[in-house]
Design a protein around this ligand. Structure first.
Ligand code: PGA
Length: 252
C-alpha cells in the first residue's frame, strides 16, 4: 500500500540558530506521534542536512535535500552530489522544483540525470511537476505535466519507479496563498496515476505516492488529503513553524 507523506520544503529560509530551533520544535512534536502508514520528511537547506539527519533518526522523521547535481563527481564548484547526500544518510531529494526549473533553467534531461544518480545512491527522488498559470488558462496543463513526467521519468524501469515520489505543484499556487481546489488536485493526480498505469501497469501506479504542493496549509490539508489520489503534501511556507506543520501531518 502506498504511503501517505508530508514533506516540508524549507527552501532558502532560516539561519543556523533558527534551523536548530525549528528542528528541536519538530522533534518535540513528532517524537510521540503514532505514524502508521504516514511518513514525515524535512527538507532543509543543504548546509543543515547533517544536523537534521541526526535529529530525524531519533524523532520519527526522514530527511530530504532540495536539490543535487546532475554530475557524479568532480570540478563543479558549489554543487552537491547524490553520493555526498547518501554519505549523510539523506533519504529523499526534491528534484525539478518549479523554482529550480525557472531560476536555474533545469531541463528535463538534466532532471532525468539527477533522478538516475539519486536512485544509484539509494535516495528517493521527490519529483516535482506542474503547470504555470497561462498553461492552465490555455488548457495545456495536462500536456505540460505529461511531458515533464514522461521526459524525466519514463526511462526508469518498474523497480526504479517504485522508489520515486511525485509531487504535483501547480506553479500558480506556490507561495501565492491560492490553493488548487480539491477537485483540481484530484483531477490532475488521477491523470498522473493514469499515465503511470499506462506505462508501468496499474499495480505499480497504485504504489506511487503523489503529493500535492502549493499553498497547502493546516486549513485546507484535510480536504486535499481526503481525495482518492492525493497521498499527502509538499509544504513550503507552512513547514516553517512546527505547530503549523504538525497540524498538516494530523490532517490524514
Ligand atoms: P508553498 O510552497 O507551500 O509555500 O506554496 C510549496 C512548494 O514550493 O513546495
Amino acid at each position: 500500500m502506498r504511503k501517505n507523506i508530508v514533506a516540508g520544503n524549507w527552501k532558502m529560509n532560516k539561519n543556523f540558530e533558527e534551523a536548530d530551533d525549528l528542528l528541536f520544535d519538530l522533534a518535540e512534536s513528532l517524537k510521540d506521534l503514532e505514524l502508521e502508514n504516514e511518513e514525515v520528511i524535512i527538507c532543509p537547506p543543504a548546509i543543515y542536512l547533517e544536523m537534521s539527519t541526526d535529529v530525524g533518526l531519533e524523532n520519527n522523521f526522514s530527511v530530504g535535500a532540495q536539490n543535487c547535481s546532475n554530475h557524479e563527481v568532480g570540478a563543479y564548484t558549489g554543487e552537491i552530489s547524490a553520493a555526498m547526500l547518501k554519505s549523510l544518510d539523506v533519504q529523499y531529494c526534491i528534484i525539478g522544483h518549479s523554482e529550480r526549473r525557472k531560476y536555474f533553467k533545469e531541463t528535463h534531461d538534466e532532471l532525468a540525470e539527477k533522478v538516475n544518480l539519486l536512485l544509484d545512491n539509494s535516495i528517493n527522488p521527490i519529483f516535482c511537476c506542474g503547470e504555470v498559470l497561462e498553461e492552465r488558462e490555455s488548457e495545456k496543463h495536462f500536456d505540460i505535466v505529461k511531458g515533464q513526467i514522461s521526459d524525466s521519468l519514463f526511462k526508469l524501469n518498474k523497480e526504479e519507479l517504485l522508489n520515486v515520489v511525485i509531487a504535483y505543484e501547480p506553479v500558480w499556487a506556490i507561495g501565492t496563498g491560492k490553493t488548487a481546489t480539491s477537485d483540481q488536485a484530484q483531477e490532475m493526480h488521477a491523470f498522473i496515476r493514469g499515465l503511470l498505469s499506462e506505462k508501468y501497469g496499474e499495480d505499480i501506479a497504485n504504489e506511487i505516492s503523489i503529493l500535492y504542493g502549493g499553498s497547502c496549509n493546516a486549513k485546507n490539508a484535510k480536504e486535499l488529503f481526503s481525495q482518492k489520489d492525493v497521498d499527502g503534501g509538499l509544504i513550503g511556507g507552512a513547514a516553517l513553524k512546527a505547530e503549523d506543520f504538525l497540524a498538516i501531518i494530523q490532517s490524514f
